[in-house]
Write a protein that binds this ligand. Sequence first.
Ligand code: NDP
Length: 253
Amino acid sequence: MEKRLEGTVALVTGASSGIGEATARRLAAEGANVVVVARRRERLEKLVATLAGGGRRALAIEADITEPAQARGAIQRAVAEFGRLDVLVNNAGLALVGAVAEAPEEEWERMLAVNVRAVLTMTRAALPHLVRAAEDSSRRVADLVNISSTAGRVARPSTAVYSLTKFGVNAFSESLRQEMQSKRVRVSLVEPGIVQTELDTHLRADVRETIAKQTGGVEKLLPEDVADAVAYVVTRDRRVAVNEMLVRAGAQT
Ligand code: NDP
C-alpha cells in the first residue's frame, strides 16, 4: 500500500479505545508518526508498542484534556518530540444520554467538558502548528478532523445534551473551516452512527438497558469503519476538501 501520510505527524485524542484507537492504527498504517492521547496510560503504551517500527514513531501522552493545561501540554509535547503537527483528530468524547428531566447535571458537565471545551482547547493550541505544517510540508496541506455524531445532525429524545455538544462541534467546525481555508488547513467533520465501542459503558444502568433494547436489532459499525472515513479525509490531495462525512450503520434509521 502506498503510504500517503509518510513523514507526517498525527495526534489522536481518546486513542485508548474505540474509534480513536482504530484511527491511530489506521493513520500509522498510512505512514504517519502517531501521538496518542487519553487518560489510561497503560492502554496507550500497549498501543504505541504495536504502532512504532519500520522508521515510524509513536508516542503515548497521558492527559485529561478537560484540563486546559494538560490539553495544551499534549500539543506542546507532541511538537517538541516530533517537530511538527500535520493532523489533529479531536475524537475523545462521552455520550451520557438520557432524558433531561432525570439526568444528573454532573453528566452534562462532563460531556460539555470533553465534547466541547477540550475540543476548543486542543484546536486552539494546534492551529499554529497545523498552519506551519501546511506551509512547510510537501503535502502543502494540514488536517483537523472533529469526530461528531449523527446526534450532531439529528436530535432525538434522550440525546438532548449530547446533541447540544455535537451540534455545537458541527457549527464550530464549519465556521473554523471557512477561517482556515486560506491557510490550507482543512477542517472536516466525521459523524458516525452507532459504533461498537466502550462508549455505552459509561451510561447509568437503566439508560444502558433502554438504549440496548432500542438498538439491539442494528448491526453496529466497527471502530475501523470510522477510522476508514478519517483516513479517507486526511489522505486526499490538497485540491480536495471533504468537509463532512456522515457514516451510519447500514440498518440504522
Ligand atoms: P470510547 O468510550 O471507546 O472512547 C472514548 C475515548 O475518549 C477514550 O479513549 C477515552 O480515554 C477518551 N476520553 C474520555 N474522556 C477523556 C478525557 N477527559 N481526557 C482524555 N481522553 C478522554 O468511545 P468511542 O470510541 O465510541 O467515542 C469516540 C468518539 O466518537 C466520541 O467523540 C463519541 O462521541 C463519538 N461517537 C461515537 C459513537 C458510538 O456509537 N460509539 C457514535 C457517534 C459518535 P480515557 O478514558 O483513557 O481517557
